[in-house]
Design a protein around this ligand. Structure first.
Ligand SMILES: *Cc1c(COP(=O)(O)O)cnc(C)c1O
Length: 491
């Protein structure tokens, strides 16, 4: 069963957690007892392909799902949708240094690892619960999530998806990716304003009971594809086991050897999935939490205080430009000894005053398990340049933040390290090329062409073909007309 981080007596099945998204008390769903993957199973995984590894791990994280249903979800998520049979290849860069490439999916960012599966998890969860209403997914996006959710839910029976993005707040490539999406259940709406306006528009729809009634009369209910959904977190646990299994299989490590993972963090969903893998038995020494100059997580790990009263910076790693990392609530729950009252108190503090503090004991505990630091814009650009010169490997700016933090990390003993890579450099080609040779391009496609000429990495087909696709979504609206736009879209 799953429980809420703010009320451990509130028990739901994984199916209910996926359909609800968030608990009514505002808490996030976590497993009442984390399952264990044994050393024998980790060894067995080294001989398996990614699909079988995912079925093994996910069957434990979705206890009320039948194994055949888990397989159905995994196969629909990964078969034929990624550039390669292995959706999460581990690339050896140097002795003891690996890059886990999570961006070979349909939208070239790591969000695909979970968002290709979420629609099938939701479909199965509804079947398990006997719900046959249509699900209307609403998403507010600052860039990567919107397209990944659109591709994931496209033409999935029993669902409709509406994505709101800030008209002038996403990159050209990201906008093109969204407005060219086909499928008969996909809708994309540009909101006049910034990401906050888009987010507010969606929240005000979710919080309006009148709107929920209107939608219900149409035989539908609202849901969200937000990164706090258990159905987004669970698929991400798999690739940590998979990377370790790959290292075992290639003889780089022996069973039980500890490794480090370095993760570029924003909402804290990716690294938290890794932490769960460790709690389930994966031999990990440290998780390195890398931030850009929006370094609230660095301060949290270093000082034991989470304080959102600070300046917000726009950077070249926009998916990490976040001040409130929602998934951190799940880590707080674990390190407080699963103290739901304390989590609730702290979340109320955060809402009221924008700050909460860890105990000395908790801070010490975290220091054993995590190392955190950040890289500024110059360090990130230098890292892209240096890494390219040394290894002929173009890093996207998010991954470059992780590499920059890792190279400053001064561990007493070196262990094999996996850099978790979250986006294709072609998604951010202008900044990547500028960092490598100082040339500026006014179009995303020209920059991508330049990157193709510089590096051995081909441009992903999915981005290449965008240039010739028709624009299918043209609606622009103000944030107070968002619900009318939803009604127009689904009629
Ligand atoms: C979403 C995202 C991140 C941050 O991941 P979290 O799970 O939110 O911490 C990092 N890099 C890229 C490219 C992303 O799209």
């Amino acid at each position: 069963m799953l429980i809420s981080t703010r009320d451990v007596n509130k028990k739901v099945t994984a199916s209910e957690a996926i359909v609800k998204g968030i608990s009514e008390d505002g808490g996030l769903f976590v497993m009442d007892k984390l399952p264990v993957i044994s050393p024998e199973e980790i060894t067995a995984m080294s001989k398996m392909n990614y699909i079988d590894r995912a079925v093994l791990v996910l069957s434990r994280l979705l206890p009320d799902f039948k194994e055949e249903d888990v397989r159905y979800c995994v196969e629909n998520a990964y078969k034929g949708k990624f550039e390669d049979d292995d959706p999460a290849p581990l690339v050896k860069i140097d002795e003891g240094l690996y890059i886990l490439e999570l961006w070979h999916g349909p939208t070239n960012a790591f969000k695909d690892m979970a968002l290709t599966m979420l629609p099938y998890l939701l479909k199965t969860a509804k079947k398990n619960l006997g719900i046959d209403e249509k699900t209307l997914i609403l998403v507010a996006t600052s860039g990567d999530t919107g397209k990944a959710a659109l591709e994931g839910f496209k033409n999935v029976e029993g669902t409709d998806i509406v994505v709101f993005y800030p008209k002038d707040g996403v990159s050209d490539m990201q906008e093109l990716q969204m407005v060219t999406t086909d499928g008969d259940n996909t809708h994309v709406i540009a909101i006049e304003g910034n990401f906050d306006d888009a987010q507010t528009a969606v929240k005000s729809i979710f919080n309006n009971s009148e709107y929920a009634k209107i939608i219900k009369e149409k035989g539908m209910h609202f849901s969200s594809a937000n990164s706090i959904n258990w159905g987004r977190l669970a698929p991400q646990v798999v690739y940590y086991f998979s990377a370790y299994a790959d290292m075992l299989e290639s003889g780089e490590i022996k069973l039980g050897d500890k490794v480090d993972f370095c993760v570029p963090c924003g909402n804290f969903g990716n690294i938290l999935a890794g932490h769960y893998a460790r709690l389930m038995g994966l031999p990990v020494r440290k998780f390195i939490c890398a931030s850009n100059i929006n370094n609230i997580l660095t301060d949290f790990f270093q000082n034991g205080e989470y304080d959102v009263n600070r300046h917000f910076y726009k950077t070249m790693s926009p998916s990490m430009d976040i001040l409130i990392s929602s998934n951190l609530e799940r880590l707080l729950f674990e390190i407080s000894g699963r103290n739901d009252k304390l989590v609730k108190e702290r979340m109320e503090e955060l809402k009221k005053r924008g700050v909460y503090k860890l105990t000395y004991q908790e801070k010490k505990e975290l220091e054993k398990e995590f190392y955190a630091n950040f890289a500024d814009e110059d360090e990130t650009a230098d890292t892209i340049n240096n890494f390219f010169m040394e290894y002929d490997y173009p890093l996207d700016p998010h991954t470059a933040v992780a590499v920059a933090v890792y190279s400053e990390y001064d561990a007493e003993e070196i262990v094999p390290t996996v850099i978790v890579s979250t986006a294709s450099p072609y998604k951010f080609a202008a900044d990547v090329v500028d960092s490598i040779n100082g040339k500026l391009y006014d179009s995303a496609f020209k920059a991508a062409k330049a990157l193709e000429n510089l590096s051995a990495l081909p441009m992903p087909e999915s981005l290449k073909k965008l240039k010739n696709l028709p624009i299918l979504h043209k609606t622009v609206c103000s944030k107070d007309r968002a619900f009318d736009a939803v009604l127009d879209a689904i009629d």
